[in-house]
Design a protein around this ligand. Sequence first.
Ligand code: NAP
Length: 252
Amino acid sequence: MTRSPFDLTGRRAVVTGAGRGLGQAIALGLAEAGADLILLGRAASQTSTRDRIAALGRDVEIVDLDVADHDAIAHAADQVNRDHDVDILVNNAGIIDRQDSADVTRQSWDRVVDVNLNGLFFLCQEFGRPMTRRGHGKIVSVASLLSFQGGIRVASYAASKHGVAGVTKALANEWGPLGVQVNAIAPGYIATDNTTALRADPDRSRAILERIPAGRWGDASDIAGAAVFLSSAAADYVNGHVLVVDGGWMAR
Ligand code: NAP
């Protein structure tokens, strides 16, 4: 029987921040497509995702990591790379800090950039090295509409997510010739803990909904298909792309 180009059976995927929200939906989507998983993030928050993936019959393990801890990244990646050939890296872990730009502290700025951009780049490096040596691999990062737009009261987040788009294209240029595709997903407005404050503000919530042609907030599961696609052989000729999955927001 011919293998579907979307089939991930036998592939090993690492997903950061897979305990809730988009990371959980992406990890489950990859597992449903056949992949075995490593959930890389704070161990305590990922047990329920691990149990749901195990129930699908996939191999799954948790590796503890705070992605803002630079030294810990190399240590965790060594541990994973020693035991596994990682085929897919999904950089999902991310935080947002909503504040007037005039009030943003250095500490808050650094924390957002450390998690969303610095951690992401060095994870690409740690898992990208063996991928380029083996001559194949997929890196998928979770960017944002704020990789293209400025947003409101989220300067550190917008800066970090513009950076994610830049890193994605830079690595695609370097590693494409070595058989590794590096892409990103830019989710629209998705109902997760990341957007609780927006959904709780009636004016912002209404303004956002009015611009979304789909007429609803996204669900975390809306992002899983794009992650499976970009992780699969179906996307072998897709490189350096930031794929918007936003219910049509950017078309307005
Ligand atoms: P979420 O529900 O707040 O989940 C954030 C995830 O990141 C959690 O799993 C969290 O782990 C993990 N994380 C945060 N800091 C971490 C750290 N230092 N080390 C390890 N893991 C860490 O938000 P989400 O909406 O699913 O966000 C996931 C990604 O999508 C983020 O990159 C976000 O910027 C992006 N995104 C979201 C939206 C949206 O509308 N929701 C739109 C565009 C982009 P814990 O559970 O341990 O805290």
